[in-house]
Design a protein around this ligand. Structure first.
Ligand SMILES: [Zn+2]
Length: 510
């Protein structure tokens, strides 16, 4: 890499509202507000890293101070003295403060004292405070005093990845904008465009892998692309990206699934060794297997109807999936899925991923060749004429918006494929109450990130704000998993079915 190389995220940083990636709602709201002259004194931008918080803050600073019009404009020109200085981070009236390194109250007082003086070159003095949740309590207090009576020429733009840690008193004085995770398709389009600008080859499969790995963050995706370009000299294909991400390619994953479902334990474990020794990350492999299982489930009806053209695999792989899928029932797929979901937190908590994965494989093989409860019941029913068993229809999925009790929430998380949240919630959370957008609960594990992620998801999912109230004393209630297991074990039909197998245990509940 030559020494003048500018990282892509910096080189292609959005310079105006039009070019902000994947934040349509924010752009629309903000531009309308500026065009109609409704300028707030304080804004707060929140969202995961790399979604454009700082970029948006700079664009807003330009919009407020651009010289191309008489007042603030939603279309800053980008070429006037003010626009250029702000883009370069050198405007005298636009201060960018990293709260992580200015946490103290003295720092904050100094900054706030200076805010009393009128701007030198711009219309407004703009204070961009990044990672604002890092401020100390006394620094927040000093900031609050200024926010209560802000000088007319001062605008605060706060940015944070952890909105929960920002005091409510501050929040209530800010206009809040949530930057969303950027969708895979939007990221792909953006990366393809950049690849064309940079004159590098980026295959569609490689692009897809990068966009998925970015997990909604433009910056993370671009730094992966930087890395891929550096490693391949500008010919970025699927193989090189798989290697970089430590993932096994799809052919290997499908092959492994085939072995797994064939019932040959020794062969399956040997394959795990092989994949592991080739440098693949086993938790990534689990993610890929889950993706495969999801697709196999989604396409099960189509496969049986003979139409597999929609599968995102090569023709060869589609043939393979078809072959496997005709051997496996939907029921088995769903049980396999459940065991995999339960294994995600296990893999994370385990100090030895390889051991954990080997055990998972054995469990999955056991499921693949074990008859399902309805199958056993059917068999029993035909054997004993007196025993008429009815097989319960699957519970319909609760509509995603209606979350009124602990089970609704579990179902909604599951149907939204929020695997990590779902498994954490069902195995660690004791719910006390769910009502009117409030969830009162006790968290056995106490992961600080959980509440934040769940609240963000709930807000997005239901379209209204949720309050998460975490109690510190356990009510000694059951988690969803414990609850379901108990219900199932106390069902006489299931107890009957389980007695047929000496070592039967409930490993997953669908
Ligand atoms: Zn301008």
């Amino acid at each position: 890499m030559d020494s003048n190389y500018t990282v892509l995220a910096r080189k292609y940083r959005s310079q105006d509202f039009k070019s902000l990636i994947g934040q349509d709602v924010l752009v629309k709201t903000l531009t309308t507000a500026i065009n109609t002259g409704r300028i707030a004194h304080a804004y707060i931008f929140t969202g995961i890293r790399g979604t454009g918080k700082t970029s948006t803050a700079r664009i807003l600073a330009k919009a407020l101070n651009c010289l191309s019009s008489d007042g603030p404009t939603a279309n800053p020109c980008g070429v006037c003295e003010n626009c250029r200085a702000i883009a370069a981070g050198q405007h005298i009236d636009v201060m960018e403060i990293d709260a992580a390194s200015h946490t103290g109250v003295d720092n904050m007082r100094e900054i706030l004292d200076a805010s009393q003086y009128r701007p030198t070159n711009g219309r407004y003095k703009v204070y961009i405070i990044d990672e604002v949740h890092m401020l100390s309590a006394s620094a927040f207090n000093a900031l609050l005093k200024t926010l209560e009576e802000p000088p007319a020429h001062v605008i605060f733009i706060l940015a944070t990845t952890e909105i929960r840690k920002v005091p409510v008193t501050i929040l209530s004085r800010c206009q809040r904008f949530d930057l969303v995770r950027v969708p895979v398709e939007t990221l792909k389009k953006h990366f393809a465009w950049i690849a064309a600008q940079e004159k590098i080859e980026l295959s569609d499969a490689a692009n897809e892998l990068l966009a998925r790995a970015a997990d909604g963050s433009v910056r993370d995706g671009l730094s992966l692309l930087d890395q891929a370009i550096a490693q391949t000299g500008g010919h970025v294909d699927e193989k090189s990206v798989l290697e970089m991400l430590k993932r096994a390619d799809r052919g290997v994953v499908v092959n492994f699934m085939e072995t797994l479902l064939s019932g040959d334990t020794a062969a399956a474990l040997a394959k795990v060794d092989e994949i592991y020794n080739n440098g693949a990350d086993l938790s990534m492999l689990l993610t890929d297997m889950m993706e495969w299982t999801h697709w196999a489930t989604r396409m099960h009806p189509a496969i049986h109807a003979g139409d597999v053209t929609n599968l995102p695999y090569t023709a060869d792989q589609r043939e393979q999936i078809k072959k496997i899928n005709t051997r496996v029932s939907l029921n088995t797929l769903s049980r396999i899925w459940q065991v995999m979901v339960a294994a995600v937190p296990e893999m994370q908590a385990s100090g030895n991923q390889k051991q954990c994965f080997d055990m998972l494989v054995v469990r999955l093989m056991h499921i693949a060749d074990m008859p399902s409860v309805p199958e056993i019941l059917k068999k029993q029913a035909s054997e004993t004429a007196t025993h008429s068993a009815s097989v319960q229809a699957p519970t319909p999925q609760v509509s995603a918006q209606k979350i009124e009790n602990a089970n609704d929430l579990a179902n909604a998380l599951q149907s939204s494929k929020e695997i990590l949240l779902y498994s954490y919630y069902t195995s660690n959370i004791e719910v006390l109450d769910v009502s009117d957008g409030t969830l009162k609960y006790f968290d056995r594990r106490g992961d600080a990130e959980f509440a934040h992620k769940l609240a963000t998801w709930l807000n997005e999912k239901t379209g209204h704000a949720w309050t998460l109230e975490r109690v510190t004393e356990s009510p000694h209630a059951h988690t969803i998993t414990e609850q379901k297991k108990e219900e199932l074990e106390s069902d006489p039909l299931v107890a009957d079915a389980m007695s047929l197998f000496a070592d039967a245990q409930i490993v997953g509940i669908k």
